[in-house]
Design a binder for this molecule. Structure first.
Ligand code: CDP
Length: 212
């Protein structure tokens, strides 16, 4: 029997949502999609092709033609690409182009993490979490990651996270917000192991409730 369980994990940058989503997927034997990579892929192509990031129609066409190979690029995690991703992600044309992609992936069961999974992409998901953490904690986590491969100051990372939070939460099209039926999990004071354990507990509780 196919497991059609779908799990939506949303939250801001470096909240822990990516690791939590991957580990939940492993635990439940579901596929996992980091939807941020789609927007990062669009941003990388926009940068390569010299397209104006504010040109919604042109950026929307790039999103419409996105191929899976782009998601393998090794520059997608750069801080600059993250920032550009949050600019291109605000265009309704881009969000519309990527919606079907994400829903197709989720068919037959999957864990998706992003900003609008529980609200827009999978409003009927079996379980939903919204992961948060204080901005300075998130910036410190992201700085530790990025400084392994990039020469970057903590202050720059904090400012870029705060700017991205604002842009993602204030945009008109699919703003980042927690779905009314999502469980909230603040990971500020938790190790990643504690956060994963608590997330699994909440998800299992929601799956049990959905099946009863
Ligand atoms: O890993 P991190 O949380 O820093 O970022 P990400 O999940 O890779 O997302 C990069 C950017 O893509 C975000 O700042 C959002 O603007 C956008 N995004 C989005 O709009 N919707 C999603 N479902 C996922 C990402």
């Amino acid at each position: 029997m196919t497991d059609t369980t779908t799990i939506a994990i949303d939250g801001p940058a470096a909240s822990g949502k990516g690791t939590i989503a991957r580990r939940i997927a492993e635990h439940l034997g579901l596929r996992h999609l980091d939807t941020g990579l789609l927007y990062r892929g669009v941003a990388a192509l926009v940068r390569d092709q010299g397209i104006f990031p504010t040109d919604g129609d042109a950026v929307g066409r790039i999103a419409g033609d996105l191929t899976i190979e782009v998601l393998e690029r090794d520059d997608l995690r750069e801080d600059g690409i993250g920032n550009l991703a949050s600019i291109v992600a605000a265009h309704p044309q881009v969000r519309a182009a990527l919606m079907e992609w994400q829903r197709n992936f989720a068919m037959g069961g999957a864990v998706l993490d992003g900003r609008d999974i529980g609200t827009v992409i999978l409003p009927d998901a079996t379980a939903k979490l919204f992961i948060s953490a204080d901005a300075d904690v998130r910036a410190a986590r992201r700085w530790r990651e990025l400084s392994k491969t990039q020469d970057i100051a903590y202050r720059t990372v904090l400012e870029s996270i705060e700017e991205r939070d604002r842009r993602d939460a204030e945009r008109a099209s699919a703003p980042m917000t927690h779905a009314a039926d999502a469980d909230l999990l603040d990971t500020s004071e938790m190790s990643i192991e504690q956060a994963v354990a608590e997330a699994l507990r909440l998800v299992n509780e929601q799956i049990t409730a959905a099946r009863s």
